[in-house]
Design a protein around this ligand. Sequence first.
Ligand code: ATP
Length: 513
Amino acid sequence: MAQQEDVFKKIVSHAKEYGFVFQSSEIYDGLAAVYDYGQNGVELKNNIKRYWWDAMTLLHENIVGIDSAIFMHPTIWKASGHVDAFNDPLIDNRDSKKRYRADVLIEDAIAKIDDKIETEVAKAKKRFGESFDEALYRQTNPRVVEHQKHRDELHQRYSDAMNANDLNELKQIILDEEIVCPISGTRNWTDVRQFNLMFKTEMGSTADGSMTVYLRPETAQGIFVNYLNVQKTGRMRIPFGIAQIGKAFRNEIVARQFIFRMREFEQMEMQFFVRPGEELKWFEEWKKTRLKWHKALGLGDEKYRYHDHEKLAHYANAATDIEFEMPFGFKEVEGIHSRTNFDLSQHEKFSGKKIQYFDPELNESYTPYVIETSIGVDRMFLSVLCSSYEEQTLEGGDSRVVLHLPAALAPVKCAVMPLVKKDGLPDKAREIVNDLKFDFATHYDEKDSIGKRYRRQDAIGTPYCITVDHQTLEDDTVTLRERDSMQQTRVKIADLHKLIHDNVSINSLLRKL
Ligand code: ATP
């Protein structure tokens, strides 16, 4: 674990050093849980968004996109339940003055018990070797059985308290489990209180009377309130979907783990409107479709798993997360929710406008049910970055840091390098750049030794380096170096475009879906 934390630290500093992610307002000592994307980060992020957008809108003829405003009428958040229920339970430690999420403290305690069990099992495995019967050991070893019993009881108590919204019980669990503040080491806890995660601001001048508006905590509501506009103007027939990419804001109590939990982040959400009664079939369908989208990136199938929700949000009748194995464990990257007709019905009620669909096949009107797929761009970015990072030792004792980014997502697709800065090689290299730049993000680099230049491109995940040498001037061939294998092949300049395009286009990913 400690080793994994080290790797994570290195990834965070690599992200800064190579212009992927910067702390927001860094020269003013930063703003907690807010980040900026640098010159390479923005390209990677745009490519992730493009992959998602095209997979939704190009590959499904019944999905269209919108771009709704961040500010919306405040009653929308009353209708959606966010004003009353978008809360996290918070608790303060009186000695350290640090604030925590009560649910996270308890979940961490459960994870610690899990760790104890796994350590016992791992030790026994080592001791008994080949003859080890793990299932039997888990059922019979007194220490493991005791830990497991404790874990199950604690888990049950915790999920009952969460489902009943019982804040006193959450505090009692923290006291009974003797959970201490990691900073002060004490159990001097305040009561647990609900904390609303929405940011508020004022709209309009105070002289005229201003109105409190919220920064949206999810993009989904912008889709729901435009449902009728899109359905009518696009003459959409159920089932159909509306996709949107945009910023969302949550005043997270504890913001940790770099861009995993931010206060300003970006979501890619799609609401799919279906007939009542067909929602669970579509829920299963979208679970599969979305996992396939993730796996097509080739980051490793074993890094994904589904996690079904035990506590369902106020609007949902089924919910699953797609989790990805980050250096700090399996974590949610995307949520797939069956939201019933909750949101549209609520907007119908609060706005007084009829939001119904007339189904010509059934010859009846109804409020559509909704399956939502909701993925965080930043978490997706983090999963791609973490799984791509590798420190490699090469033959001859040399080493390099390489980002094995999926080529279609890489910020720079190819770098063109004259072997030396003379003899007309730079001009020839520029010629190649001037041809390729219309289709690919292309870098020109003539500084330092060729080895150093390769390393720089490896560190930002550039799939191809093209080197122009003296032979190029004679026969119009160059060497094409592939990032992962570092293999160099001699190819014709005229063939470069096709060779690169086939591997780096978003199209090449979409064709796998
Ligand atoms: P968590 O349990 O981690 O707080 P959530 O269940 O509240 O997440 P959803 O409301 O389902 O998250 O939001 C959908 C997606 O938006 C998440 O899967 C995640 O990728 C992203 N997301 C949510 N909150 C944040 C955040 N604070 N920072 C970055 N991404 C976020």
